[in-house]
Design a protein around this ligand. Structure first.
Ligand code: PMP
Length: 470
């Protein structure tokens, strides 16, 4: 045994050749000099025989020590890649091969940013607004954000409470990083925006998923929230309006949820609320209420918003967090060390975006409403779908589970939502996103941020597809 140990020690100190071998232990494992349970090193042919003689399994190593199983941090291995981006990438690939695909996948509006925003973008570049800004963004933009939140959302923040980030996505992640400690639980109602649980995992936290159903119109209930709270609950991520369901929690529903968090002796007393309100301007019949305006919630709510959805400025990467000073301070430290600041040109454009009149903005949202109505009508004519009428954003999330177990004309068995999406893409050239990516495997997501022609064509094919299943 001593000999085996000294061999392992010797081997572990050898430089790994470009095309070498690694040692894999057989039971009992060989303890390496570095204290690990496996000896893992490249070695010469003579040493290899010696190693095999002591029961070490040899396999071909990766081409480089920078390309092995150990290369990537274990934290990253707990994180799933973005499924919505995957489908989008596959669709792009098919298009690049010359195949025609109608895609209702993407999470961005199909209209252009307001003309004034485009002009401001060009002007900023020409006029030399091309340098770093302060970490939290320009004072002018932060003041304008506060004025906008006060006027439209009845929220009272000062410029010092705002951190402008490279998109709402960064704002969400930094808010999570600011308060979630390893082992903390973060409540995420499902269906959810796919990044939430992954961001929680990156922070070392534990996502606690509460399922809502199509029958409940995908709204979180007070009972379900109460049931999910524990002594370890650190945060509730509350996406309102919701991606992917389009559900909008009314003022009354928000008050019920807030009451649970405020219950005396309840487990919600230390629970932060991350209110992702990026879709708040795109709402239909249920008015949107900022969660931070619910009595007792301002001190514990972090409000995320941005310019991607409302102003169709997804590529500008501009969003923000409005939060209590203790959070703002922490988030400023994080952002200062990872991205410094949002693009100066985007910030200049964002400032002008906030001056676009409500009427001009509403005109584009009215078009969205027409598309929503059209989609809902078409879906209601299709066989065996259960659909909650979305009250915001630009997504519909029909339950397609009645079709699971059926077969397509080519013999493909539709085992679940992913099978259905893949079959639809292959046989009908229509790209939709499987609900699996949103933590809800009974549904698929349809984004109606597309032209009427595309929506019409895609839904006609979807209908044909469903009717062909038996
Ligand atoms: N939150 C939700 C719910 C979203 O759907 C998105 C974008 N898909 C974001 C945040 C991120 O938006 P941004 O482009 O501003 O990073």
């Amino acid at each position: 045994r001593l000999w085996a140990l000294s061999l392992a020690f010797r081997l572990s100190r050898l430089a790994v050749p470009a095309t070498g071998f690694v040692l894999l232990p057989v039971a009992p494992p060989v303890r390496s000099c570095s204290g690990g349970m496996t000896a893992s090193a490249g070695f010469a042919a003579g040493d290899r025989e010696a190693a095999e003689a002591v029961g070490v399994v040899v396999r071909a190593a990766a081409a480089s020590p920078f390309d092995s199983d150990d290369t990537i941090s274990p934290v990253v291995k707990t994180v799933s890649p973005s499924k919505t981006l995957e489908v989008h990438a596959l669709t792009q690939e098919m298009k690049a091969r010359g195949e025609r695909v109608v895609s209702l996948c993407v999470g961005e509006p199909d209209f252009q940013p307001p003309p004034a925003v485009i002009e401001a973008t060009a002007a900023a570049a020409k006029e030399g607004v091309t340098k770093y800004t302060g970490v939290t963004g320009t004072v002018d933009l932060r003041k304008a954000i506060c004025a906008d939140l006060a006027r439209r959302k009845n929220l009272t923040y000062s410029a010092g409470d705002i951190v402008v980030a490279n998109g709402a996505k960064q704002a969400v992640y930094q808010a999570v990083l600011a308060v979630v400690r390893p082992g903390d639980e973060v409540i995420i109602p499902a269906p959810y925006w796919p990044s939430y649980p992954e961001m929680v995992r990156l922070a070392g936290g534990i996502p606690v998923i509460i399922e809502t159903t199509v029958e409940e119109e995908f709204l979180l209930t007070a009972e379900k929230l109460r049931g999910a709270l524990t002594d370890k609950t650190r945060m509730l991520i509350f996406c309102n309006p919701s991606n992917p369901t389009g559900a909008v929690h009314s003022k009354e529903r928000c008050e019920e949820l807030a009451a649970v968090l405020s219950e005396e002796g309840g487990k919600g007393s230390g629970c932060w609320v991350l209110a992702d309100e990026i879709y708040e301007r795109i709402t239909y019949d249920t008015p949107h209420v900022a969660f931070a305006t619910i009595p007792g919630m301002f001190e514990r709510t972090m409000t995320v918003n941005g310019f991607s959805k409302s102003h169709s400025m997804t590529g500008y990467r501009l969003g923000y967090l409005a939060s209590p000073p203790i959070i703002t301070k922490a988030v400023t430290i994080i952002q200062g060390q990872i991205t410094s600041c949002a693009s100066s040109i985007s910030q200049a454009a964002g400032l002008v975006a906030l001056t676009v009149s409500d009427e001009e903005m509403q005109a584009t949202f009215d078009v969205m409403r027409k598309k929503r109505d059209f989609v809902i009508k078409r879906l209601s004519e299709m066989p065996d779908l259960a659909t909650a009428v979305p009250q915001g954003a630009f997504y519909v999330f029909p339950d397609v589970s009645a079709h699971f177990g059926k077969s397509a004309p080519d013999g493909t068995v539709i085992g679940g939502a992913t099978d259905l999406c893949l079959y639809l893409l292959r046989a009908h050239s229509v790209a939709l996103v499987t609900g699996d990516g949103f933590g809800y495997s009974k549904c698929i997501r349809i984004s109606y941020a597309a032209s009427m022609e595309e929506i019409d064509e895609a839904l006609a094919e979807f209908d044909k597809c469903l009717c062909s299943l038996a």
